[in-house]
Ligand binder design. Sequence first.
Ligand code: B16
Ligand code: MG
Length: 241
Amino acid sequence: MQRLWKEPDEIKTFTEEEENISKERVQRMGKKGIIFDLDGVICHTDKYHYQAWKKLADKLGVYFDEVINNRLRGVSRMESLNIILEKCDRELTIQEKEACAEEKNEIYKELLKNMTTEDLSREVRETLEQLREKGLKLAIGSSSKNAGFILERIGLGDFFDTVSDGNNITFSKPDPEVFLKAAQFLNLQPEQCLVVEDAEAGLLAAKRGNMDCAGIGEGAESHLTTYKLCDFQELLSVIEK
Ligand code: B16
Ligand code: MG
C-alpha cells in the first residue's frame, strides 16, 4: 500500500518571502476555505471500521471482506450496513438493523479509544497550520457521527473553524448536504471552498455542491477530482493555482 505520510526530513519548509508570495496567490485563486473529509484524509480509521463490521458480520454469518469494506468509505453507518447485508440470505427488520448498527458502533467506539495524537501525521498537522497561516478558513465535512471524538483523540478537538458531520445532516454523501452546511457554517459560498476527499461518494458530493475538489489516496484516481494530490502537503501548491 502507498505510504500517505512524510518523514520529518521530507517535509518542505518555506522562507518568509515564499510565504508572502503564496498568500497573494491564494487570494488570487479566490478560495477562502477548505473542507476536509475526516476518515481517509486527516486520519485513518478504516481498520477500526473493518474490525467492527467484521465482528458483526461474523455474528450474523454474513460474508465480509476488505473489498466490501472499501465500498463503505464516506457512506453513512446505516447505508454501510445495507451494503454488508447484500450478502445476507434473509431480510432484517428495521429494528434488527438499528440494533446491528448500534452494536457495530459500540465495538467501533471501543476501538477508537486506541487512537492518540500519534495517529495524526506530522505532515498533516504542519500542512493544516500553514494553510491557516495563509488566511484560509478550515472545516471538517465528515459523514461520521464520531467525528468530534476522533478529532479529540488525535489532538485536533479545537483546531477547525467548524465541524459539519453525521450529526448535523439528514442526507449522507454523495448528497452535498454535509459540505454545503460546512460552507454555511464558515459563512462562505460553496464556490469559495475546496473539498479534500478520499472517497468517490465524497467527491460526487462536492461536485453536486458546486465545489472544486482535491482527491487524495484512492480519491486521486477518480475522474471527479479537480486536483489530484500525491500527498497531503501538495495542497499547499494546489491552493495557489
Ligand atoms: P460513523 P468520512 C465516514 O467518514 C466513513 O468513511 C464511513 O466508512 C463511515 O461509515 C461514516 O463515516 C459514518 O461513520 O459510523 O462513525 O457515524 O470519510 O465521511 O469522514
Ligand atoms: Mg473519507
